[in-house]
Write a protein that binds this ligand. Sequence first.
Ligand SMILES: [Zn+2]
Length: 204
Amino acid sequence: MTAYLQTHFRYSTMNSWNGADSYAHNLKIYKLGLCSEIEDKLYDLLSFQEFFDSLRELMDDFASRHQYRWQVGMNGRSGGYLVLYEGELRPTGYLSFCTRCGQRNYRKVEETGNICGKCGRPARVNYRQTPMQAVTFPGRGVDMDEDFDEWSLEDLRDRVRLVQDFDRLADEMVAQAIQFAKNYSIEEVEVCVPQTQRVLVANR
Ligand SMILES: [Zn+2]
């Protein structure tokens, strides 16, 4: 287990000069060993938001099943590295929200009435619990120069399970990207854009 953790590929959590690093995977397209057809397609897909959204979903699932205590992000100059980050869930402090427009408020309905300050409708209600938001610590390294011999067997097992789940995520993301490349084609469509022009009209 120690060897697995110690020899795992690592990458900076922020910049190389920041000095912090963590478990990582190199997901640069040319490093994945794919056939050139899929490879070219993936480069084309990089300009589509839908492609990133589908991968983002897998990353969000990972964070959610680790209670946001562990999250992942893409780092590197062109974002080619998947990096494991520490994080946490923090209360936002919002106490009420508008059921019509979604506007959130730091005060309770009892204090301010139920009229929404944004849309003006009497639709504000209290949260039963203040909503939480995910916070990431990108400057924090993970297991840098860690002496695993000092760890209990249980802690070591937990950490291995976490990093293995992270490895699985990287595999899933690659598999999903390949599926995307196989299932979608990029086509060109012509779009007519309405344009305002000035014209001369004879006076009546
Ligand atoms: Zn509102």
